[in-house]
Design a protein around this ligand. Structure first.
Ligand SMILES: [Mg+2]
Length: 194
């Protein structure tokens, strides 16, 4: 049995796709998924920093966020992993989003997670995912953002990075393994156990 930390946005939920649909309708723009080559939305959308969180909160309060899809294969694989492993959902989302986060996760991944933890790191940069990994004894972490992957790789045996347009940077960290999607996650974990 392993203890596994799993990020939420763009790891469990198709957040960017859903956000772009919301944003494009609201602002009459036409941004596509592959244009998001920087996870800083203010940079990717060319908007002032102060507008980034406003748009994110608007999105999370919308039906778009309530109706986000799960990422390909994640639902089956997370349910499977939850039978033999201890899973924690760990996100940098602001803590005030905990209620709607719980509702969405319980709708798609009911009973899979021992705990759902929001670190608030998107607002408070001093709050880290690695400190949660230490306190919960996380062995493996599944992530999509480079900054959090590097942070967690300091304290976890392995970080599995799901390939996304915003994380295609060269990284010289043998603890971070890039995979194309969730279908490759179990084989990476099995390789680590042995
Ligand atoms: Mg994420």
């Amino acid at each position: 049995m392993a203890t596994i930390g799993i990020d939420i946005d763009d790891v469990l939920s198709e957040t960017i796709l859903s956000f772009l649909d919301f944003y494009n309708k609201k602002h009459n723009t036409n941004f596509s998924f592959n244009q998001i080559t920087d996870y800083s939305l203010s940079k990717a959308l060319n908007i002032p920093d102060k507008d980034e969180m406003l748009n994110i909160f608007d999105f999370f309060n919308s039906d778009h966020a309530k109706n986000m899809n799960t990422t390909p294969y994640s639902k089956d694989i997370v349910h499977k992993l939850s039978k033999d492993n201890l899973l924690y959902a760990i996100s940098s989302r602001p803590t005030q989003l905990i209620e709607l986060t719980n509702i969405w996760l319980n709708k798609h991944y009911e009973g899979c997670f021992k705990e759902i933890i929001l670190t608030n790191s998107s607002i408070d940069k001093s709050s880290t995912k690695s400190s949660v990994c230490i306190s919960k004894g996380i062995d493996y972490f599944i992530e999509d953002q480079v900054i959090f992957a590097k942070d967690c790789a300091e304290v976890c045996s392995k970080v599995i990075l799901l390939d996304k347009p915003w994380n295609r940077l060269k990284m010289n960290n043998s603890n971070i393994i890039r995979v194309k999607d969730w279908s490759c996650v179990i084989s990476e974990l099995i390789e680590s156990y042995n």
